[in-house]
Each structure stands twice: as structure tokens, then as C-alpha cells.
Design a protein around this ligand. Structure first.
Ligand code: PSV
Ligand code: MN
Length: 388
């Protein structure tokens, strides 16, 4: 099976947003290793993200995290990104690194703390107007560690109230996406632990409030593609945070741990109308590179998404439907597996070359000298990293 022009035309529309924080240093609670050439400013992060896009043609926008990427002039930042061939994308709020939020942010019992968190989101919305960003992404660290520590029901009600105030403030062309995560940093209960809670909360807000599905935020064994199918069916899948995991919220390179799962997810995305220029679903990475170089880590990631998308687009859907309707269990499974087992890499390399890109972006980046250049240029200053 080789990739048809029809499939290539669909792939040509694919855009995957990079997270600015993927270019900063990250690590575990045991150690954050620094890497020569790590950006010190958001401008340097944008330059690195632009390098990923130059090599792959797949990553035309970069997501910001506020206050990590705070600057004085967002119009200028937007222009700077534009000069590098990038748009500024999703704005991620941050209500998890201030002492005031020790016992919650949008769910806090103290109205003053809730207002502080709401005001932070208002600031993010102002930034979005300047950057031209479409999505405000909210991920909350809110939750409790012990049974009885908090009033679970009261926290849900306060969350609904806070979200309504934020939603009222977003512009007509903007969206609010609410991310869920089943644990960490709270361990007994999390205030937005699952897609159902996120769905219930955004559904109460309105049309432009949607669910963000981070692939790393599920219990082992969860059938994530089922959630994708259901949210698309309900018209409430707003965005993906792609990454992969072996155990928990590992934030590893998407497709690295379980490429078959990524294929299954992307098949349901395509099946459910979530892929293509008219789709409301935003593809974003949410990853950290603890021990590998960050730019090639991001290049590998977007290529993985592209490769699994190509395989998912190869599924012979009419034949699959016929087999499913005929109760042909193994025939249907075989049709799906045929597409998954197709090595699309040679065809994609040739296609890239036909579009003026390197056939092997990983090799082209390694040969470009960019890594050595930034290591030499970015001497001194404070490297960006977790919390900066
Ligand atoms: C924390 O788990 C997290 O990785 C969430 O997935 C957010 O999307 C990300 O941080 C950025 O705030
Ligand atoms: Mn995420």
C-alpha cells in the first residue's frame, strides 16, 4: 500500500502546535538537567520552534504559558513570531505556582483567591487579543490529598462559577478549553479529573467552551480513542495535548511509548470529523524533554503524529464498514491492522522532498549546525525552565 495523492492532500493541511515550554529545561522532582543552547527568553524559544517548522513544515504555531512567557509588548512578540514564520497559539494559564493557590485556585473557598485566579485568566485573555490566539487553555492543579480535606461538591460549584466569569470575558472568536487530569499534584481527588467532568463544566458554559484531551492524563488501560469518539460525537473535543507515557504523566515524545495507541486515536479523530482545515480540533504537543535534545525531540514528535495520521488515513473505511456490518470480526480487525502496519516513511520522505523539505528532517537538523550554534551563542543568562 502506498500513500495516494488524496491522502497526501489531506496530510498537507496538518498543523501541530508546539509548546514553548518544550524548549526550556525540564526534569523530574529529582533533577532538572541543563542543556547547552537552551533558550533564555521567549524569543529564543520561538526561534527554536521556527527551526522545527522549517525542517518539517508541520508546526506553524507555538503555544505560550503565562507567566513563563510574559513580555511587555505582545504585539511585538506576535510580529517577532511572524518574522520567524510562526503564529502565536494557545495561551496556557498558570494557577499552580503561587502560594495563594496552595488549597486551590478557581475552586478555593476564599473568594479573594478565586478572584485572583479569575483575574489571571482575564490577563491571559488580554494577551490573546494582542497575540491573535484562539484558545485559552485551563489546566488546574486544584484538588485534595485526604478524604474530608475539602468539600468536593462545593468545589465543583465554585469551579462552575469561576469558569462562567472567565467564559463571559472571552472574545467572539476565542475559545476556552478545559483540560482534565486524574491525579497530580493532588492525589485523593482532582477537581477536573476526567473527560466527563470537563464535559459537564464546559457544557454549562456554552458553545465556545470545549474539552482538552491530554493523552497522558488517563489511568493505565484507559481506552482513549473511545473518549475521542464520544467527545467528537458530542461536538465538544476542542484540542489535544499530545505526549506519551509509560506510567503516569510522563510527557514523553508522542508515539514513543505506544504508537499503536496514537494510531487508534488518530483513526477515531479522522472517523469523527476531527481532522482537516474545517475541523475545530486543535492538535498541540504538551511535552518535556528531560534528557534528549529539545529541538530534535520536537521534530521527532511532529513526525510521529504525521506518520500515524498517514497510517490512519490509509484505513479502507468502506471495506471496514462492510466487514463490521457483516460481523466479520477478524476481517475488520485485519483491515485496521493492515493500515497500521504500513510503513509510510519512504513515501512521506519523498513527498517532503517534492515540497522542498528534507526527506529526513532529523538528519537535516543534525547536519544544519543549529545545535552547535545556539550552544555557542547562548552563553550566560538564565536558561528557561520549569517555572521560568
Ligand atoms: C501538568 O500536568 C501539565 O502538563 C498539563 O498537562 C498542562 O497542559 C501543562 O502542564 C501546562 O500547564
Ligand atoms: Mn497538558
Amino acid at each position: 500500500m502506498s500513500i495516494s495523492p488524496f491522502v497526501l492532500a489531506q496530510l498537507a493541511t496538518q498543523a501541530i502546535e508546539l509548546p514553548s515550554w518544550a524548549f526550556g529545561n525540564s526534569g523530574t522532582r529529582f533533577k532538572v538537567f541543563s542543556t547547552p543552547g537552551t533558550p533564555r527568553t521567549i524569543q529564543e524559544k520561538i526561534a527554536d520552534a521556527a527551526t522545527v517548522h522549517q525542517h518539517t513544515g508541520l508546526a506553524p504555531s507555538v503555544a505560550l504559558h503565562i507567566p513563563w512567557d510574559k513580555v511587555g509588548d505582545y504585539d511585538a512578540l506576535r510580529d517577532f513570531a511572524g518574522e520567524h514564520g510562526l503564529a502565536l497559539g494557545t495561551v496556557n494559564s498558570n494557577t499552580f505556582q503561587d502560594d495563594a493557590y496552595k488549597f486551590g485556585s478557581l475552586t478555593h473557598t476564599d473568594a479573594a483567591v478565586r478572584q485572583k485566579a479569575i483575574d489571571h485568566h482575564f490577563d491571559c485573555i488580554d494577551i490573546m487579543h494582542a497575540t491573535g490566539s484562539q484558545d485559552l487553555k485551563i489546566w488546574l492543579a486544584d484538588g485534595t490529598n485526604y478524604p474530608g480535606q475539602g468539600d468536593i461538591r462545593g468545589r465543583q460549584d465554585r469551579l462552575a462559577d469561576s469558569l462562567a466569569k472567565i467564559y463571559d470575558r472571552i472574545g467572539e472568536n476565542q475559545r476556552l478549553v478545559l483540560e482534565y487530569k486524574f491525579f497530580e499534584p493532588a492525589f485523593y481527588h482532582t477537581d477536573v479529573p476526567d473527560w466527563g467532568t470537563s464535559y459537564a463544566q464546559v457544557n454549562a458554559l456554552g458553545e465556545r467552551a470545549l474539552v482538552c484531551l491530554d493523552t497522558g492524563h488517563h489511568a493505565p488501560g484507559t481506552n482513549i480513542e473511545f473518549i475521542v469518539a464520544q467527545l467528537l460525537r458530542l461536538g465538544k473535543l476542542g484540542s489535544f495535548d499530545f505526549n506519551s507515557r509509560f506510567y503516569a504523566d510522563d510527557d514523553l515524545i508522542v508515539g514513543a511509548a505506544d504508537p499503536f495507541q496514537l494510531f487508534r486515536i488518530l483513526y477515531e479523530v479522522i472517523r469523527g470529523g476531527g481532522f482537516g482545515p474545517d475541523s475545530p480540533v486543535a492538535f498541540m504537543l504538551d511535552q518535556c524533554h528531560n534528557v534528549e535534545d529539545k529541538i530534535p525531540g520536537q521534530i521527532r514528535s511532529v513526525l510521529n503524529v504525521q506518520e500515524m495520521t498517514a497510517r490512519a488515513l490509509l484505513v479502507d473505511r468502506p471495506a471496514l464498514t462492510r466487514a463490521q456490518d457483516a460481523g466479520d470480526v477478524l476481517g475488520a480487525n485485519g483491515i485496521l491492522m493492515d493500515a497500521f502496519y504500513t510503513d509510510v516513511r519512504p513515501d512521506l520522505a519523498a513527498w517532503r522532498e517534492s515540497r522542498g523539505l528534507a526527506g529526513d528532517p532529523m538528519a537535516a537538523y543534525a547536519a544544519s549546525g543549529y545545535q552547535a550554534q545556539i550552544a555557542a551563542d547562548r552563553a550566560g543568562g538564565t536558561q528557561a525552565g520549569w517555572g521560568a
